[in-house]
Design a protein around this ligand. Sequence first.
Ligand code: GLC
Length: 443
Amino acid sequence: MSRREMMKAAAASGLVSMSMRAAGSDDEVAAAPAPSARVSRFEGLAFGMFVHWGLYSQIGRGEWAKHMQGIPTAEYMRLMETFTAADFDGRSYARLARRAGMRYITLTSRHHDGFSLYDTGGLSPYDVTHTPAGRDLVRDFVDGCRAEGIVPMLYCTTLDWSDPRFDADFDAYLRYLRDSVEILCTRYGSIGGFWFDGNWSRKDADWREDELYALIRRHQPEAMIINNTGIDAMGRAGHPEIDSVTFERGRPSTLDRRGAPKYVSGEMCHTMNFHWGKATRDFNFLSPAHVIESLCLCRRAGANLLMNLGPEAQGGLPAYESAAFGVVGAWIEGIGGASSSLYRGRPGVTGDGEDFGLSTDDGVDLYVFDLTATANTDVHGPARRGPGRRTFRGVTGEIRDVRWFDNDESLTFTRTDDGSLAIEATGYPYGTNTVVRVARARR
Ligand code: GLC
C-alpha cells in the first residue's frame, strides 16, 4: 500500500495519528465531524481522577492479585468478611479532585475480581451488601461528587474472574453484565460516563455491545461511553457508539478526524506508580512535575488525562497521591484555575519540541517546556533547552502583548518570515519553577 492509500484507509476507519496526517494530502479526505454536546462537555472536563478500589486493596499487591497469584475464588472472597470501608468517604475524594483541578472521578464499580461496590440486588453474591461495610459505596461516591460539583463516572469490568458464567455460559454472563449496568444507570441519578474494560481479554468474542450501549443511551443519554482498548491498541476506535478512545499508560496522539463517521474524544489513563490498585511494595511513583507535563501533553493532543490513585485497604485516601495531586492543583491555580485554557483552550498551535499553545477567544496561552533541568539533575539531558527563543506555529491574529502568568513579566516577541510567533522565553525568577511555564499572548 502506498502512504496515500494507507492514509485514506486509516481516515476511513476514523482515526489516524498525527504523523500520518502530515503525510497525506488534504483535498482527498472529507471534513471532520463536529463533537456532540456530550463529547464537548467531556473534553472541557480535561482532568479526572481514576479510583481503583476493591477487595484487592486489602492485599496491597495490585488489582490483579487474585489472578497473578492464582487465589481461588472461595478463598479470595473471604476478603469480603473484613471489608469494612470504614475509611471511605466519597466526598473526601471529590474534595481532593476539586483541589487538584480535576473535574471528574471514575470509580471501579466492579473490577475483574468480580466484586461490586454497590448492591447488585441479588445478581451476584460478591457485592458490598455481603460485607460489614453495610452501605452502598457507589451511592456514597456519587453523592460525594455531586456535593462538590465533580462529575461521577463509573468503571465497569467486562472481564470477570469469579463469575462461573463468564466461562460456562457467556450469554448468561452478558445478561448479568447488562443487568448490572442497568442498575448503575437507574439508581444513582445522572452519571457522567461508563468506562468499560476487559473486552481485550476475548478479542474474538461477540460482546453484544449494541445491547449494552443501547441500554445506556436509553437511561442515560448524556453519559459518555468508553471501552478501554487496552495497552496494545491505544487510540483505536471500536464500536460506533463509543464516545472516546483510550490511551492506557501511553502518550496520546492528536486524532485526525477527517472523514470519520463521528467525532470521538481521547483520554489517557495513567497510574501514579506501576499498579492501579494499592501496592504497598511499589515505590515507583511519578512526581507531580511528571503529572504536570503529562497533563499538558494530553491537552496538546486535545485529550483528557485520567490520573489514578489506589485507595488504602478500607477506602482511605492514599497520602502520596493526595499530596502530589494537590501540587498539580496548585500549578493549575497559577495559570488561571477554573478559567484556565487547560479546560477551554483549543489545541492546534504547535511549538518546537513539546511546546504548544491553547487558543481562547482573546488570545493564545503558550505552554513552554524545559526551561530548566528536572528537579533530579542526574536525569536531565540535552533535551532541557533553557531560556531563549521559542517559536509557535498557528497563532493567528495580531498579538499585542505576551506575558508570563506567574510574574506578569512582559516578553519580547516577533513574527518570523513564515508567520510563526517567536517569543524570547526568560528564565524563572529565583523562588519559582513551574515545570511547564505558561505565557499569555493577547490579541
Ligand atoms: C487494564 C487492567 C486493569 C485496569 C485498567 C485501567 O486494562 O486490566 O487492571 O483497571 O487497565 O486502564
